[in-house]
Design a protein around this ligand. Structure first.
Ligand SMILES: *Cc1c(COP(=O)(O)O)cnc(C)c1O
Length: 395
């Protein structure tokens, strides 16, 4: 039923299109059939297929594609990125254990830790920065897990994956990464020694702002305890959405490469613009972590952040944009912006935001696949409007 592929022999877009594909042998249809059954007759009592056991035909096929994309042996698909993150962390942490986490985590992950971990008796420490020493300094006797996110949200800092993997090996920890911002197109953390790779597939894997899903990829050995907990917690994804996600990933390579290129051109345009004070993009040579980014990323991604000059109102600027929408999520084919201080990082509080370097003027930009010239024109137009109109006069 399955087309087995040797991932080493095939390039990115071939893996995206074909790896793990389910063949329609009966009718020879071009795309994978969708198996919505929640019940499967026993041929062999050892294989009990059931959606919440993460082993329906569509789940297994997509798991193979994701494993091929992340250079791992196995992968599981979840109902959301947070289901993947929470299940994976709790599979490796028990009462009395300690986890070291990067400071600038996705908001949902941060809330999972600070709102839930005390209940389970799991200790945690957040780093003060993203240098490897910041992590190593926090490792204690009972530390079990080290958790990173790179590029980070919203300042696009880069954490050195080889060195994090080295720390994990030295102290016998499991290293985990949220690889959402990079996508497997731009970064394969397993190649640098990281143990477990997690994605919110809601973002680049889905890519069209119409799927909520999560994935975890690692060795069979690491996936086994994650699966063990996952079937008890019950965070599986509906097969219909699994099928849609498989379809989306077929174009992930070409989408993300287009987004990389658009983001690079937007970053260069913004960096050279007189009304822009600062641009954060790991692909720019003057980004403080550019060298590390170059050593571990194949592309610099479609996310960037920037600050307008102080005299310009960032909120009015976002309202004045036309083509580029203000929106919470990211990584769709459409370009979006948001103000981290008002949305994703609002709950951190002004003081902590200031400490992390997230100013009120900061704008996070998820660059889509539109023509670069049209995005530039939209920004130029919005800048003209905010310069002309006094604060508060735009609606
Ligand atoms: C969106 C996101 C998540 C959470 O994923 P959901 O699919 O919304 O549960 C986790 N990490 C990062 C970096 C994200 O952007």
């Amino acid at each position: 039923m399955q087309l087995e592929m040797d991932k080493k022999k095939n390039g990115l877009n071939t893996i995206c299109t074909h790896a793990g594909e389910l063949r329609d042998n009966e009718f020879k249809g071009a795309i994978a059939p969708l198996y919505m059954s929640t019940s499967y007759a026993f041929d062999d009592v050892d294989v009990k297929r059931y959606p919440r056991y993460f082993n329906t035909p569509n789940q297994e096929a997509l798991g193979k594609k994701i494993a091929a994309l992340e250079h791992t042996e196995a992968a599981l698909i979840f109902g959301s990125g947070m289901a993947a993150i929470s299940t994976t962390m709790l599979a490796f942490l028990k009462s009395g254990d300690h986890v070291v986490l990067q400071q600038t985590l996705y908001g949902g992950t941060y809330h999972l830790i600070v709102e839930e971990f005390n209940k389970f008796g799991i200790e945690y420490s957040f780093t003060q920065g993203w240098r490897p020493e910041d992590f190593e300094d926090l490792v204690k006797e009972n530390t079990r897990v080290i958790y990173v996110e790179t590029p980070s949200n919203p300042l696009l800092t880069i954490t050195d994956l080889s060195r994090i993997a080295g720390i994990a090996k030295k102290y016998g920890l499991i290293s985990m990464i949220d690889n959402t911002f990079a996508s497997p197109v731009n970064q394969n953390p397993i190649d640098f020694g990281i143990d477990i790779v997690i994605h919110s597939a809601t973002k680049y894997m889905g890519g069209h702002s119409d799927i909520c899903a999560g994935v975890v990829a690692s060795t069979q050995e690491n996936i086994a305890p994650i699966f063990g907990l996952a079937k008890n917690l019950g965070g599986s994804l509906s097969d219909y959405t699994v099928w849609l996600l498989e379809r989306s990933i077929k174009t992930m390579g070409i989408r993300v490469k287009a987004q990389n290129e658009n983001a690079r051109r937007m970053a260069e345009f913004l960096a050279s613009h007189g009304d822009i004070q600062k641009v954060y993009y790991p692909g720019l040579p003057d980004h403080p972590d550019h060298t590390i980014a170059k050593s571990q990323m194949k592309g610099f991604g479609g996310m960037l952040s920037f600050e307008l000059n102080e005299s310009l109102d960032a909120r009015q600027f976002q309202k004045a944009l036309g083509l580029i929408k203000s929106s919470m999520s990211l990584a769709g084919v459409e370009s979006t912006v948001l103000s981290p201080a008002l949305t994703s990082h609002a709950l951190l509080g002004a003081e902590e935001r200031k400490r992390q370097g997230i100013s009120n003027a900061l704008i996070r930009f998820s660059v889509g696949i539109e023509e670069t010239e049209d995005l530039i024109a939209d920004i130029e137009e919005a800048l003209k409007k905010v310069k002309k109109v006094h604060k508060g006069q735009l609606q």
